[in-house]
Design a protein around this ligand. Structure first.
Ligand code: ATP
Length: 290
């Protein structure tokens, strides 16, 4: 559904995105993560057709980014979404539905459904008087008025309280279950980890890691097993009166167990350590900086 090849974006002489290539399959939830200034928003805005790339191509639903037909199949949630403060959520969303030529009765039904599912309270309040979380929900509903196939969400839950954040993440997961293709950027890696099929990690304009979370984990050390024993059978570190042996597969765990017993010792604990996306992210971004 999304194909990006050798994307490059310069602002003046400054290179914000350099040689970025990736693709997103139909129905996939794809995460773009990276520190501030990594080039995430630039990438997403290019996909949404709001920024012209300096070089390279971005294709969404078989059309070049920015093509009017492609815009119809797209829902874009910008990082900061300007809303018309004087309008109510309903009139605002009807206005956008009209821009997409959605017939009035379909629009009313779709808007009511989106606002119900997003659990938007006080929907008759003028937008200017809504809380930050309520405004974000209105912006998300706006991205859905044309019933798009592809959703581009830039930091959908940034700066929101944990409850609203969870609500939005769960809703994003539901949209994916319904077959929507979703690409989104986020700072909260826990949420990326909980809903993304694949991710790219960007740093200073370049993709520095990519793949499923499992692939990225494997490429960055993968799962480790810590075998604690009363004796050192080689390479152990002493910790709280026990010897900690670190290995990366279950066969090695079994070998250590057998050797410990042969040496007259005893295994006291075995722990599994799986690096979180946050651990990997700090590692990868740190390496790239270095
Ligand atoms: N219109 C612009 N003119 C000049 N530089 C820009 C412009 N837009 C973005 N940049 C720069 O390009 C780089 C990438 O910005 P971008 O907003 O894509 O990063 P980001 O990963 O989304 O960051 P954040 O997580 O802080 O939102 C930054 O150094 C930014 O200052």
């Amino acid at each position: 559904m999304i194909e990006v090849q050798n994307l490059r974006k310069e602002y003046g002489g400054f290179v914000a995105v350099e040689g970025s290539s990736f693709s997103v399959d139909r129905g996939e939830v794809f995460g773009v993560i990276g520190p501030n200034g990594a080039g995430k928003t630039t990438t997403l805005k290019t996909l949404a057709g709001l920024i012209e790339p300096t070089a390279g191509t971005a294709v969404v639903a078989d059309r070049p980014a920015g093509h009017p037909e492609m815009q119809r199949t797209l829902g874009f949630l910008p990082e900061e979404s300007p809303l018309y403060e004087e309008m109510t959520a309903h009139s605002y969303l009807e206005f956008f539905a009209d821009l997409y030529d959605v017939p009035g009765d379909v629009a009313s039904e779709r808007i009511a459904e989106a606002l119900d599912r997003l659990d938007l309270e006080h929907r008759d309040r003028r937008i200017g008087n809504m809380s930050k979380g309520m405004k974000r929900k209105v912006a998300i509903a706006r991205a859905l008025v044309n019933d798009p196939e592809v959703l581009i969400f830039d930091e959908p839950a940034s700066g929101l309280d944990p409850l609203t954040t969870n609500y939005i993440i769960d809703f994003t997961r539901e949209l994916s279950d319904e077959g929507k293709t979703i690409i989104f950027s986020a700072h909260n890696l826990f949420h990326v980890e909980s809903i993304c099929d694949r991710v790219v990690i960007m740093n200073e304009g370049e993709i520095v890691a990519r793949g499923t979370l499992e692939e990225i984990r494997d490429a960055h050390g993968g799962t480790e097993y810590h075998v604690y024993a009363t004796v050192d059978v080689g390479g152990a570190v002493q910790e709280n009166g026990h010897f900690r042996h670190v290995v990366d597969d279950m066969d090695a765990v079994d070998r250590i167990r057998a050797t410990v017993e042969d040496d007259g010792g005893r295994v006291t604990d075995i722990q599994t350590h799986t690096p979180s996306l946050e651990d990997i992210f700090l590692d990868v971004a740190g390496e790239a900086r270095a």
